[in-house]
Design a protein around this ligand. Sequence first.
Ligand SMILES: [Ca+2]
Length: 357
Amino acid sequence: MTFQSSSSGSLTSLLVLLSAVLAIFASDSLQVEKKFQQREMNSDAIVPLRSHSIYAPYVDSNLQNKFWDFGADAIVDTNRHIRLTQDRPSQMGWLWSRLPLSAENYEVVFEFSIDGKASHLSGDGLAMWLTTERAKPGPVFGNMNYFTGLGIFFDTYPNSRHTYTFPRISVMMGNGVEAYENKKDGARQEIAGCSIDFRRTKVATKARLTHVKGVYTELAIHHKEWDQWETCFMRDNITMPLNPYLGFTALTGDVSDNHDIVSVQSHNIVYKPRSAEQLARDRAAIFAADKSTASTSDKSYQKYDESGQARGKGGGLIAGLFHLIYKLVKWSLILAVIAAILFAGLKYQKQQNAKRF
Ligand SMILES: [Ca+2]
């Protein structure tokens, strides 16, 4: 009787150990499988964010929107767009989410249109915002200066000379103290950017901002051909403000354009909790797959890539350490199972021998 119970006991512990090892191997192969999937596709869920999406007819029967506010010179055409500014001088308009964006990882796709009578001299441009303040009109594409958070500027008017061409997409992370220098098109504040012609495009003009915390931030533009997205920038070191409001503003001065928002579609990209090691691995996989983007000759890119790389090295060291610990734990578990099997086998043989006599 004692033999049977001790045998079933060791059998149970053996099974537990065996399943633990199997689980480790299974998670390993799952990670390998995930590497072949694309970017946010390997998330655990993608949830539409109604509070940060807007499309025709934009307003309800009271000419309001539950989740969005618009103001200044902005006009709603319920069939077509929210016109932030008309093609007239000295206009300014805004569209802001009423609620902050609480998602950690998200994708914001917006369709817009910048168009006007002028073929060359037009401006000033449109901005997308993820900032801690909202609806405070000012000189930065119709929004306040000294903002806190991310500003993405679709700048159509060069206020000064640059080595790059216009229209220009320029990105600034405001800290509430540093000013956006309009006279220099924010060149000194630019943390990322690209020169893409997004004015008067043949196909729908769209921008897609994807942010996966601790992994990457990417801006892609749809402007040349249907379903073709061009990466404007991709970074691993952009820290977004906590719970920002999502906004769009536009401004005209001496020169002008129609600046329209056609639609905004936001999604929450949901992941199960991931370890620092997992994040580092995801980051490495994404940037390895996107080497072509990083090798652009754009000056601002290179400036940024250097610091990005420096950060990557530190991350790699920690990731390496985690990997080593992970491997040590894995192999000690495997050895423990082998030892347990041997031990159980020996015990069983001993007891069989004892039974014989
Ligand atoms: Ca400008």
